[in-house]
Design a protein around this ligand. Structure first.
Ligand code: GLU
Length: 450
């Protein structure tokens, strides 16, 4: 335990005020104890000291002009965390909460998530403290162009391949790709999550949500259960939540909630997917408008949320799919879920459960799929997009979806088998963390002190 304490104390000195990053590091290190205790080589090669320090951190000014002619300035980031297994790979997040801590926690998680996919991709993450909400199309374009005016020199199809995350979808990727092409004169597969018109992959849009449900399916079926007929709580109303809901319906489950930062929708008869898609993908308006078409649903404004957690987790259901953002599910939320009969949780977001909430799930021995395993379908399908671009091929929806299913099954089995190997068969947090770590750490050792 002292090495965890020492590592965090050292990080607090060298990288001050990065609470989310320390949280992610602590969670990983906690799981790694059994492997670190039995393997001297990781200590000899100073793997922990090296793995918590990004290979490179790029922070830059993003100046742009708004529709009123005012100059605005945001802060841009790209953290190239670890390239032991392949080019840095991970999304860009545009959200006002973005800072070095958030990007570093996401980049750190990405290393192990990407390793778990079994595909040759390293870990990275980036973004900006830019709020796309309420911005015009022209403002979004000018911001994206300015962002790439700096970032273009650091990325490329064999060194660093960004994608989307919160606030970055096909539109933003389009503007960034266009500017990259203009500056470099190259038509590279340098981003994933591209439009289907010009190099994108089928299923990429759906992949994180579908993958998260496939993970739950594997976890349940392995234990003699099924998704069919299960009532599900889903949080979020973005890309991950929408395609989680879509796949849940396809597999016979009933999602009854979704949420955005303003409030939660509870619809007892099941969330209407067509309405949700229209509100969020076409009209880009607040979730509250769901009530106009479905007056029988309930809307709980964020101001009415329980002090110690979130309304979305306080309804009776058998499965929960946190698909919004980090730390959106507290210890009290986890206790409420257990009291209401939850049997499984599969995380579509990155680190959505606080560490105390995770402890509650593990102690209750419910089926718990941590984000870095359960939401890896997105980045895995990004790698399938890279493979199609590199070989100048386009695969069908069916082909990509079948590959995604196999990848999610393998991730589940890898986490399960590694958990069993270390004597905690139910603990997929431990299984996923050790399996991801072992691959990256062994590659780092083989590549020498770099
Ligand atoms: N942002 C996604 C994630 O958290 C996807 C990253 C990617 O496709 O590179 O994994």
């Amino acid at each position: 335990m002292t090495y965890i304490h020492n590592t965090i104390v050292k990080l607090q000195k060298t990288s001050p005020a990065q609470a989310e990053f320390y949280q992610a590091v602590e969670e990983i290190l906690d799981s790694l104890q059994p492997i670190l205790e039995t393997n001297d080589k990781y200590k000899q090669h100073a793997i922990i000291e090296r793995i918590v320090e990004p290979e490179r951190q790029i922070m830059f000014r993003v100046p742009w002009v708004d529709d009123q002619g005012q100059v605005q300035v945001n802060k841009g980031y790209r953290i190239e965390f670890n390239s032991a297994l392949g080019p840095y790979k991970g999304g860009l997040r545009f959200h006002p909460s973005v800072n070095a801590s958030i990007i570093k926690f996401l980049g750190f998680e990405q290393i192990f998530k990407n390793a778990l996919t079994g595909l040759p991709i390293g870990g990275g993450k980036g973004g900006a403290n830019f709020d796309p909400k309420g911005k015009s199309d022209g403002e979004i374009m000018r911001f994206c162009q300015s962002f790439i005016n700096e970032l273009y020199r650091h990325i490329g199809p064999t060194c660093d391949v960004p994608a989307g995350d919160i606030g970055v979808g096909a539109r933003e990727i389009g503007y960034m790709f266009g500017q990259y092409k203009r500056l470099t004169g190259r038509y590279d597969g340098v981003f994933t999550g591209k439009s289907l018109l010009w190099g994108g992959s089928l299923v990429r849009k759906e992949a994180t949500g579908y993958g998260c449900v496939y993970f739950a399916q594997n976890m349940l079926e392995d234990n003699g259960l099924s998704l069919s007929g299960k009532t599900c709580l889903v949080s979020g109303a973005g890309n991950v939540a929408i395609y989680t809901i879509e796949k849940l319906y396809e597999l016979g489950a009933k999602p009854i909630t979704c949420s955005d930062s303003n409030g939660t929708i509870y619809h007892e008869t099941g969330i209407n997917l067509a309405t949700l898609k229209t509100l969020k993908e076409v009209r880009k308006v607040r979730l509250e408008e769901y009530l106009t078409e479905h007056p029988d649903a309930c809307y709980i404004p964020a101001s009415d949320y329980p002090q110690d957690g979130h309304a979305v987790w306080r309804f009776p259901a058998q499965l929960a799919f946190p698909c919004a953002t980090q730390n959106e599910l507290t210890e009290q939320d986890a206790q409420a879920l257990i009291a209401n009969g939850i049997i499984g949780v599969s995380e579509g977001a990155n680190m959505p459960s606080t560490q105390d909430a995770v402890e509650v799930f593990l102690a209750a021995k419910i089926y718990y799929g941590p984000g870095k395993a359960a939401n890896a379908g997105g980045v895995a399908t990004s790698q399938l997009e890279m493979a199609q671009n590199a070989s100048m091929q386009t695969w069908s929806f069916y082909e990509v979806d079948e590959k995604l299913k196999v990848i999610m099954k393998n991730i589940y089995r890898n986490a399960r088998d590694t958990a069993a190997e270390f004597g905690e068969p139910h603990n997929l947090v431990l299984g996923a963390n050790i399996a991801g770590f072992r691959k990256v750490a062994d590659a780092m050792i083989e590549q020498g002190v770099v």
